[in-house]
Write a protein that binds this ligand. Structure first.
Ligand code: CU
Length: 142
């Protein structure tokens, strides 16, 4: 009897874990891709410059709005290691959220070489399954 209860508890725990992860994770279509419309890879830019986000195969929705096959943009600045793709992306100096559903922004960076990468996040700021991540580009700030 005791074993049965323990087994049952384990089964219920794993069911609720699966339910939870399904609720917060969102799927992405196989053809989905995110990319920089501007700047181009290797482009020289002034200290404040415009970035335009391109998205194929999905739509943009503000954070907090749960809608299938949508998400909002995030920029990773000078990030060598991708953040955890299973958890909400943190908001830091190097991870900018565009939870309003913006498709472009202005960024100010110090002179020199910087890398930029886009990651789409769902209504909970969690990357999709599969994650929709752009190629990492380099800009040279004057
Ligand atoms: Cu976000």
């Amino acid at each position: 009897m005791k074993t049965l209860i323990i087994t049952l508890a384990l089964v219920l725990t794993s069911i609720s874990t699966i339910a939870l992860s399904n609720e917060v994770k969102s799927t992405s279509p196989v053809n989905a891709s995110v990319y920089f419309i501007t700047p181009a890879d290797g482009q020289t830019v002034s200290s404040t410059f415009t970035i335009k986000f391109g998205l194929n195969g999905m739509g943009v929705s503000p954070a907090g709005i749960e809608k299938k096959n949508t998400g909002h943009h995030h920029i990773l600045i000078d990030t060598d290691t991708l953040p955890n793709m299973l958890a909400p992306l943190p908001a830091t100096d190097k991870i900018k959220h565009f939870g309003g559903g913006q498709t472009e922004t202005q960024l100010t960076l110090s002179p020199g070489k910087h890398t930029l990468q886009l990651v789409l996040g769902n209504h909970h700021h969690i990357p999709h399954n599969m994650p929709v991540i752009s190629k990492k580009i380099t800009v040279i700030v004057k």
